[in-house]
Each structure stands twice: as structure tokens, then as C-alpha cells.
Design a protein around this ligand. Structure first.
Ligand code: FEO
Length: 165
């Protein structure tokens, strides 16, 4: 069983991962709208990945014989100034998630909750990869700027990757 505090924090994290999923779906819609289908598919794939993160915690809460409580998911923004703007926001969202995961680890340590501490290690490693992934695309779109040909090439590259699927 989880402590009340730990359960509340894990439920909040489920909501946060679902909100990230929705945010990336909003970004997928934005990219679709500006005819960057490769970017859109990539973001839709990442949206699924975030939903998977939420479900990983969801399953863990039940494994611990507790109960999940769901809450409202905030409506995401659906419009950005440019791909750079969108990926800048995505990286900020990932950095926020990293902070939340680290806070959960600290809480698990404080509560001597060894099982949750061990469970969270997957997320700690995942966040290093996530930040690196989003930053690598951000750096590329920054370099490309308004260069249409290069943007199309990156769109093709992202669309061909099976990220998130
Ligand atoms: Fe669930 Fe992209 O972190």
C-alpha cells in the first residue's frame, strides 16, 4: 500500500502525464494545420508515449492495492508562432516533468518507500532521454529557421522515424 501523500502525488503525476499527452496532441494538430505531416506524426507518436507513461503509473498504483483518482486535463494551446516556438515549449514541458519526477523520488526517499523509489528509477532515466530528444529536434529547427527546403527534409526525416509508435 502507498501512503496517502505518495498516492496523491502519483495521482497528480498521472494527470500531468496525460496533460503532456494532450499538449503534444495539440502540437500534432498545429503541425498538421501548417502541412508539416512528418512533424505531426512524430508529435502524435509522442502523445501516445506520454499516455503510456500515465498508464505505467496507473498500473503501479493498482499493483500497490490503491485506487487511481482522475482529474480534469487542461485544454492545451493549439497554436504556435513557428516549429521552433512549439519545440521550445515542448522542451520546457519535459524539463517541468523532470522536476516533478525528481520531487516524487525525493518524497519516496523521505517516506522510506523503497518500492516506489525503485519504480520511479525508470522515469528518471526516461526523462534524460526525453530532454535530449526534444532538445535535438529544437536545435535542428532553430538552425533551419525559414529555410523551406531544409524544413521539408526534416519533416520527411521525422515522419519516417517510428518514434512513439
Ligand atoms: Fe512523460 Fe515526456 O515525459
Amino acid at each position: 500500500m502507498l501512503s496517502k501523500t505518495m498516492l496523491k502525488a502519483l495521482n497528480a503525476q498521472i494527470n500531468s502525464e496525460m496533460s503532456s499527452s494532450y499538449l503534444y496532441l495539440g502540437m500534432a494538430a498545429y503541425f498538421k494545420h501548417i502541412n508539416l505531416d512528418g512533424f505531426s506524426n512524430w508529435m502524435a507518436g509522442h502523445s501516445k508515449e506520454e499516455w503510456g507513461h500515465a498508464m505505467r503509473i496507473w498500473n503501479y498504483v493498482y499493483e500497490q492495492r490503491n485506487r487511481v483518482t482522475l482529474a480534469d486535463i487542461q485544454t492545451p494551446t493549439e497554436s504556435w508562432k513557428s516549429p521552433t516556438d512549439a519545440f521550445g515549449d515542448a522542451l520546457k514541458a519535459e524539463e517541468r516533468t523532470t522536476g516533478q519526477i525528481h520531487a516524487l523520488v525525493t518524497l519516496a526517499q523521505k517516506e522510506n518507500d523503497h518500492a516506489t523509489f525503485a519504480f520511479l528509477q525508470w522515469f528518471v532515466t526516461e526523462q534524460v532521454e526525453e530532454e535530449q530528444l526534444f532538445d535535438s529536434v529544437l536545435q535542428k529547427v532553430k538552425l533551419i529557421g525559414d529555410h523551406y527546403g531544409a524544413l521539408m527534409m526534416l519533416d520527411h526525416e521525422l515522419g519516417a522515424s517510428n518514434h512513439g509508435s
